[in-house]
Ligand binder design. Structure first.
Ligand SMILES: O=c1ccn([C@@H]2O[C@H](COP(=O)(O)OP(=O)(O)O[C@H]3O[C@H](CO)[C@H](O)[C@H](O)[C@H]3O)[C@@H](O)[C@H]2O)c(=O)[nH]1
Length: 285
């Protein structure tokens, strides 16, 4: 990215850290990735989520106002929808989040709308579905501690780093009883950010909300099977109770961002898993 933009992480939540950056660089837009995105953890530790996702973002927005930075790209989430009753979720579906993570992101979306009316802030909200995969080079990948996401957990198990993979719930109202999600490659997400940035800087968009997904749903069982095929290894599966805060099915329609910004997901689930496998097998500890 050139000097027209800066990436700011969610944990840069105090003015003492932010103001020198805004003093120093000719920032015209901010992309914000609030750091915490674990649905289950947000249920047991909501304070952390409201602090990192709401309070820290508010401080960032306040700093933007002070330095007259008017363009904001916000990483939001499918969790804002709660339990949708449609096959393909569009951006105009009702937002009824069922966990603090989703609520904290929706609060920011609402703050952005108020800031747009009151202060002329321009913004694009990107509602990620299940971000996954690694850079093609195999050099940049997902390394959470502790890891809670399905694809990295399955791959770590297939690499012998975990003795089994747990499937959380087999009694959902889905064809095989396990949760269905829409997995989207990180490079596809990154491209959407660039398009959103260009649209804001060109004045093509003042405010917008877009889903980012593939439009294809895969169950937990199907994800495990695809990992087994990609790696030619067999998983040991343990079936357990549901995890709190998990909707049965979350699949995006990304038609709106395709029509307005020309974005479309390019990576299939197989390619997402292959790229993640490349990274995980090179980074086995
Ligand atoms: O060991 C595991 C881990 C996960 N799952 C299941 O696999 C699916 C995917 O779970 P992840 O934890 O990988 O991802 P989430 O769907 O919880 O979370 C994703 O979707 C959320 C929206 O609901 C947020 O956007 C969040 O940032 C994003 O990672 C879920 O049904 C989960 O129950 C298992 O069965 N076993």
């Amino acid at each position: 990215m050139d000097d027209r933009a800066v990436f700011v992480q969610g944990d840069l939540g105090n003015k003492a850290d932010l103001e020198p950056i805004f003093e120093k660089y000719p920032i015209q837009a901010v992309m914000h990735f609030a750091a915490n995105s674990l649905v289950g953890e947000s249920v047991v530790n909501p304070l952390k989520y409201y602090q990192n996702n709401v309070a820290a973002t508010l401080t960032l927005l306040e700093t933007m106002l002070k330095y007259n930075v008017k363009n904001f790209i916000f990483s939001s989430t499918a969790a804002t929808y709660g339990i949708p009753n449609v096959e393909l979720i569009t951006e105009d579906c009702p937002t009824n989040p069922i966990n603090p993570y989703g609520r904290s992101k929706l609060m920011i979306e609402q703050i952005l709308a108020d800031f747009a009316s009151a202060y002329g802030l321009n913004y694009v909200v990107l509602r990620y579905f299940n971000a996954a995969g690694a850079h093609e080079s195999g050099e940049i990948g997902e390394d959470h501690n502790p890891e809670t996401h399905l694809i990295p957990l399955v791959l770590q198990h297939l690499l012998g780093q975990r003795d089994k993979i747990s499937v959380f719930g087999t009694d959902y109202d889905t064809p095989d009883g396990t949760c269905i999600r829409d997995y989207i490659h990180v490079t596809d997400l990154a491209k959407a950010h660039i398009l959103a940035l260009e649209a804001l800087l060109a004045g093509k968009k003042k405010t917008a909300i877009y889903n980012l997904g593939n439009g294809l749903g895969y169950s937990v069982k199907e994800v495990i099977e695809t990992c087994e095929k990609a790696t030619d290894r067999k998983a040991v599966i343990e079936y357990t109770d549901r995890r709190p805060g998990d909707p049965a099915r979350l699949v995006a329609s990304s038609q709106k961002i395709y029509e307005e910004l020309g974005w479309k997901a390019e990576y299939s689930l197989e390619q997402i898993i292959e790229s993640a496998w490349k990274w995980h097998s090179r980074n086995t500890k």
